[in-house]
Write a protein that binds this ligand. Sequence first.
Ligand code: SAH
Length: 267
Amino acid sequence: MFIQALKEQLGEAPLSPGEVAIVGAGPGDPGLLTLRALCLLNQADCLVYDRLVSPDVMALAPQAAQRFYVGKASRCHALTQDETNQLLVRLAVTGKRVVRLKGGDPFIFGRGGEEAEMLVDNGIPFRVVPGITSAQGCSAYAGFPLTHRDYAQGVTFVTGHARADGSLNLDWPALASRRHTLVFYMGLTNAELIRRELLANGVPSRLPVALIERGTTPQQRRVITTLDRLPDTIRDESLTPPTLIVVGEVVSLAARLDAGCLAEAVA
Ligand code: SAH
């Protein structure tokens, strides 16, 4: 009933047979799903989802929808990207309404762009629904902003995921600029490299760093450390993916803003 009213209110065209919706599922808390995402989820014949889509979000999908898990823990893919692409095409050409659910935002380190290109190449109609990216969800639920007039005039989302040859070719001097927040996605494995390069480019060793594991979920864990201690902290606290690394002065606000943070219920 609510969904029906929502559909009418949003004025979103119904998902057609043979169409794919690439939908951002947000970082975990189902409350962070957008109304468009919820509306489309409800029309799905097939759900193609990966590891970062939380069970609480999946629980909002209709029971009758067929579920396809396509995995993707780093180095442990349930399906390769090619196989995922083929699956999307196969489902669409057989006239299914497909919702391709991706953790966070599909266009932020989500390979959503590649999937969209592939759908275009195959002549499959699609739409894209943005989601709250983990940087936004995790910082809010960990009690600090990403920018702040006194501490950070900008924020950069950076991949910490190395190429197959092990290299992480980033513009370190640019990343090391002052009064700027850095958010590393997929950065746990390369934390030592991140530390070394930032220090080598003049970032103060005492700069605060937040590590947020499984942010916005009931299992959220937040650990605050400093840049020089980053790899040690990851080891000592046994942090595992998905974890976000946030580097910057804004992290120091966590101690102050925590108390007033509604989301702290999950921390
Ligand atoms: N498209 C996603 C990011 C995919 S890359 C988004 O917009 O958020 C995967 C990385 O995202 C993980 O390695 C981790 O660094 C981060 N991430 C995703 N969800 C997270 C969560 N709930 N808590 C902490 N980090 C998360």
